[in-house]
Design a protein around this ligand. Structure first.
Ligand code: 1GP
Length: 248
């Protein structure tokens, strides 16, 4: 078992749930990256995810190196495509978009990335990525050309999560999409988390500590927050999220 995956499991065991912050290289200038790393560490974040569905900037390595310079938190790539790889990171979520029927995002990008990842010696964390309808067409939905699972179809979401676990995936990620209008329904989290035994990651459209708290109460093992922290850049808000997630 990889070191970073073990670390994530320890966080879940010791704190009940983990707080992951998504940093998008397109949204944060390189000059500010060290400041973000420090805030995350001071704010009680458990790990940093780096990536985005699209990438305009060409500073992926420098971005991750900047984070690593300032923090001991695990820096994990959350790739939008096979081009988002870097030897600077601690690990990569090796995602398969299992709710899609578009083979490119189920296995195509993975085949392109695998040999490079091997040569970089990056730890891979196999992740079943499940896209849920969230009130608007998100970038990930559009770019992956895949239909999200309807919000009220708990059984469909659960069947995908189980299939991911049976295929050997180490995490299941219920994703509303970055900037989602609505976060993943609590009932869906509850239904899915009761059926699977691997950790459940939940993200997309979570805008308040209260909502994050509800996700953990419902059964999320990790909560991912992106947009709202990028908008506010506020240490107090990070601390509030941390407390809400760690004391559920
Ligand atoms: C997106 O789940 C993450 O992949 C985070 O979403 O930016 O909406 O917080 P937000």
């Amino acid at each position: 078992m990889g070191k970073i995956y073990q670390k994530l499991l320890r966080v879940r065991e010791e704190k009940g749930a983990g707080f992951l912050v998504l940093l998008d290289p397109d949204e944060i200038p390189l000059a500010e990256i060290e400041h973000h790393a420090e805030m995350a560490e001071d704010g009680g974040v458990d790990g940093l995810l780096v990536g985005g569905s699209l990438l305009f900037s060409n500073n992926f390595d420098d971005f991750i190196a900047g984070l690593k310079k300032r923090t001991k938190l695990p820096v994990i790539i959350f790739p939008g495509s096979s081009r988002q790889v870097s030897p600077m990171a601690d690990a990569i979520l090796f995602l398969s978009l299992i709710s899609s029927r578009n083979p490119n995002f189920i296995i195509g990008e993975q085949v392109l990335a695998a040999p490079i990842i091997r040569s970089m010696g990056l730890e891979t964390i196999s992740t079943g990525y499940v896209l849920i309808e969230s009130g608007k067409i998100t970038t990930v939905e559009y770019l992956s050309d895949s239909r999200p699972i309807p919000r009220d179809k708990l059984d469909i979401a659960a069947a995908h999560a189980l299939a991911g676990e049976y295929l050997g995936m180490k995490l299941i990620y219920l994703e509303g999409g970055s900037g989602a209008k609505y976060s993943i329904p609590d009932e869906m989290i509850q239904y899915v988390s009761n059926l699977i035994s691997v950790p459940l990651v939940v993200g997309g459209g979570i805008k308040t500590p209260e909502d994050a708290h509800r996700k953990v109460k419902a059964g999320a093992s990790f909560v991912v927050i992106g947009n709202i922290l990028e908008e506010h850049k506020d240490l107090t808000l990070i601390r509030d999220f941390s407390q809400a997630i760690h004391t559920a």
